[in-house]
Design a protein around this ligand. Structure first.
Ligand code: ADP
Ligand code: MG
Length: 326
């Protein structure tokens, strides 16, 4: 891929304070998402996926969290780290938008859906009331909300879970962002509705050339939507590559273990093997490889020294002393 990435995260580190000390939840993440590309970020719960996306949106809670100096978050070339809240407000929902697992975190229960989508358009696009209403109708039709004209007057609770998810996607896409961050947006939906929402996101990506950062713990979803994959563990990316490369020839023992632990919609299920042990909390990450305590291949070096990411220069990277790229 030769074009410049629309979103480029470099050396991102995020810390939270607890018990009087700062602990690192994201530890030097690099990733890039290009136009018309879906990068899936995958890993067990607690790996740092959501914190990575929230940091990109400038939404790390100020009282207890901080982005560590030296982190870079470039949106269409412009570094967002250190921007004021006011400047971030202008970017959020405009050039970059985020959708969540629970639509009610994004939707206001006391406002009609039409009013909410219109308000976003009026704030960012400076549209008048009537133009905003027309545009709101257009985006609700775009995300295939049936009888959209009538449903503009409905409140979020009057929509089903799948339809609420479409409304949230409509809100996110209303201002035609370049980058969409999606954090487990289909996890709460049943399988059929999930497939419909994924297909919709795929269509929208292609039609608008969106750069999509798609967070999921579900490898079946990854197989359906990802162009490239970043596997995250304990705040680090431990393996990256095309979806095909990771599924066909995983290198990192964590990627292998994930593949063996999860059902896949795209192939026969062998015996599933749960990964023994737990993702470490941010307070208990030691000096060596964070996966070493759960890793069947771990050696002395793994317990003593943090692995570097070996990179083939063509988008494949592995952070492992034992199974790294030769
Ligand atoms: P994921 O999305 O991969 O499940 P998260 O990014 O939510 O994981 O969390 C990564 C780590 O950061 C976890 O150990 C979590 O407990 C911690 N964490 C996330 N948000 C906060 C917060 N606001 N305060 C303290 N710790 C947090
Ligand atoms: Mg999460």
């Amino acid at each position: 891929m030769t074009d410049a990435p629309l979103l480029q995260v470099e050396n991102l580190a995020v810390e939270f304070r607890s018990g009087g000390a700062w602990h690192r939840a994201v530890r030097g993440v690099d990733l890039a998402v290009h136009r018309n590309e879906t990068l899936a970020v995958v890993g067990e719960s607690g790996s740092g996926k959501s914190v990575t996306a929230l940091a990109a949106m400038g939404l790390v809670p100020k009282e207890t969290g901080r982005i560590v100096e030296g982190s870079r978050i470039r949106l269409e070339g412009r570094d967002l780290v250190g921007l004021s809240e006011r400047e971030l407000d202008r970017v959020r929902g405009d050039r970059m938008a985020m959708i969540f697992q629970e639509p009610m975190t994004a939707l206001n229960p006391t406002m009609t859906v039409g009013a909410q989508v219109s308000e976003t358009l009026r704030a960012h696009r400076g549209l008048g009331a009537e133009a905003a209403r027309r545009e709101a109708l257009r985006v609700l039709e775009l995300v295939k909300v049936p009888s959209a004209a009538r449903r503009l007057a409905d409140y979020p609770h009057q929509f089903s879970g799948g339809m609420r998810q479409r409304v949230m996607i409509a809100m996110a896409l209303a201002c035609q962002p370049a980058v969409l961050l999606a954090d487990e947006p289909t996890t709460a939906l049943d399988v059929t509705i999930q497939a419909q929402v994924l297909a919709l996101l795929e269509d929208l990506k292609r039609e608008y050339g969106l750069a999509v950062l798609f967070i999921t713990h579900n490898l079946g979803v990854v197989a359906l939507i990802a162009d490239r994959v970043a596997v995250m563990y304990a705040g680090e990316i431990v393996e990256t590559g095309t979806a095909a490369a990771l599924f066909d020839s995983p290198r990192h023992p964590y990627t292998e273990a994930l593949l063996r632990s999860m059902p896949r919609v795209d192939r026969d299920i062998g015996a599933l093997e749960p990964i023994q042990g737990n993702v470490p909390s941010i307070r208990e990450i030691g000096a060596g490889c964070a996966f070493a305590p759960r890793c069947p291949h771990a050696q002395d070096r793994c317990r003593a020294e943090r692995p570097t990411l070996a990179d083939d220069g063509a988008g494949r990277g592995v952070r492992c002393w034992v199974r790294g790229l030769a």
